[in-house]
Design a binder for this molecule. Structure first.
Ligand code: ZN
Length: 156
């Protein structure tokens, strides 16, 4: 008997994530498959819904539009900050990432996209916002979640 992936089950899988140009942008390591609790929003909605009904051993390729992944970039999340706000950083350059605080105090990643005339343009959108993503997955294991995992909403 094989458990079919559904809400409340723990899924372990290997995955490779590619962008629309076919470049690999993320992947699980052979020793450490990704484990997530299905139905708890641990992974992006488009991938989660595509995995329903699969069993251990299944392989799948899933292409997810931005709307079902990290959404479209929000222009309001792109802002400018004076260079002097980056104290302690020797040279602020495009491509640098910093941890900042979101409106509710939650940690937020911001990326420097431009530096010009003592002003730094920062982008707090998710780095994968606006991207169509293709996942190649191989399901390694499907098991019942413990009560504690269900209560916490994540895998232990
Ligand atoms: Zn926990």
């Amino acid at each position: 008997m094989s458990l079919l992936i559904n809400d409340g089950l723990v899924v372990k899988m290997h995955y490779t994530l590619k962008n629309a140009d076919g470049e690999t942008i993320d992947a699980s390591t052979p020793e450490e498959p990704l484990a997530y609790l299905h139905g708890a929003g641990n992974i992006i909605p488009g991938l989660e819904s595509a995995l329903v009904g699969k069993v251990a051993g299944d392989k799948a390729e899933v292409t997810v539009a931005p709307e079902d992944a990290y959404g479209q970039p929000d222009p309001q999340m792109v802002q400018q900050a004076p260079l002097e706000a980056f104290q302690g950083v020797e040279k602020v350059e495009p491509g640098m990432a910093f941890q900042s605080q979101g409106p509710d105090g939650q940690p937020m990643m911001i990326m420097v996209t431009a530096v010009e005339d003592e002003m730094v343009t920062i982008d707090a959108n998710h780095p994968l916002a606006g991207m169509t993503l293709t996942f190649s997955v191989e399901i390694v294991e499907v098991r019942d979640a413990t009560e504690e995992e269900v209560a916490h909403g994540h895998v232990h």
